[in-house]
Design a protein around this ligand. Structure first.
Ligand SMILES: [Zn+2]
Ligand SMILES: [Zn+2]
Length: 270
């Protein structure tokens, strides 16, 4: 990668462990020339891990201060990671990452990525133990992500977060793959920019980033583009395994990744 960039990162304004300023300084130290923080948008019904409405405004103004302070060393962007079920964030933001973190079932919001235990329990309780019915509902929600008008599609197959080694379900089984591919096809009709997200490699020991190699190959076939992201919740993980992610993307047919500039998107050779 000739240009190091990352736009998916969290700070103490949501569920990250470091301040925006510490994150920016770490990005500069690691040689990044483009960096965006993307606070979790206020959720309303689940406020554990997102910014509060007042926090959103404080985050935006802090990012404004950092843009001025560090602008000669790094190009900074102010982003938001909006969940499918989050109300419209107030902003203004430079970009929106659209993500699905919940499945709505029988009026309840089931967290997809809270913990392996919570996921298994939700599948047992609300799906009679049928992981494929659960993952189908997840992908049916992702298929509708255009509704929240994201610039970047976040962790497309987050539902497989705890499935390293296929311990919970088989990601090549048509019962999993068909709804996943249908969602991928539906999303690429309106939105083509997907992140390759190494977050679960750092935090959960996953061996591959999102989307899985199978889905990444399909994304290439459907005309999608990629943008590298480490979904960082601390300074150490910024740019984690980007070299491996770039190699994987190349093996799936991609030659370029997108980078986001204040003026819009550009291409960078992998
Ligand atoms: Zn997320
Ligand atoms: Zn995130």
């Amino acid at each position: 990668m000739r240009v190091l960039s990352n736009y998916h990162a969290h700070s103490t304004f949501c569920d990250g462990s470091d301040t925006p300023e510490a994150m920016v300084e770490a990005a500069i130290e690691k040689g990044f020339s483009l960096f965006g923080l993307s606070g979790h948008a206020y959720m309303g019904f689940d406020t554990e891990w997102c910014m509060t409405p007042a926090g959103e405004q404080a985050f935006i103004s802090e990012m404004g201060r950092l843009k001025k302070t560090y602008g000669d060393r790094i190009t900074l962007l102010t982003g938001v990671e909006r969940d499918y079920y989050a109300p419209e964030p107030k902003g203004p933001y430079d970009y929106v990452i659209g993500s699905v973190h919940y499945i709505k079932k029988d009026g309840r919001y089931l967290s997809v990525d809270e913990s392996a235990q919570a996921q298994t329990e939700a599948v047992r309780r609300y799906y009679g133990g049928d992981f494929y019915a659960y993952t189908r509902d997840y992908f049916n929600t992702v298929a509708d992500i255009a509704k929240i008008r994201p610039d970047i599609i976040g962790h497309f197959d987050l539902v497989a977060k705890f499935n390293e080694g296929g311990v919970l379900f088989d990601e090549e089984d048509p019962r999993y793959l068909s709804p996943a591919l249908e969602a991928l096809r539906a999303v690429t009709e309106t939105h083509t920019l997907f992140e390759i997200n190494t977050g679960a490699m750092y935090r959960y020991g996953r061996s591959a980033p999102y989307p899985s190699p199978t889905l990444l190959k399909a994304l290439k076939e459907y005309g999608g583009d990629i943008i590298l992201s480490s979904d960082s919740h601390d300074t150490a993980s910024i740019g984690y395994k980007f070299r491996e992610a770039a190699e994987l993307a190349k093996s799936c047919g991609f030659q370029y990744a997108k980078i986001l500039l204040p003026s819009g998107l550009a291409e960078c050779k992998l």
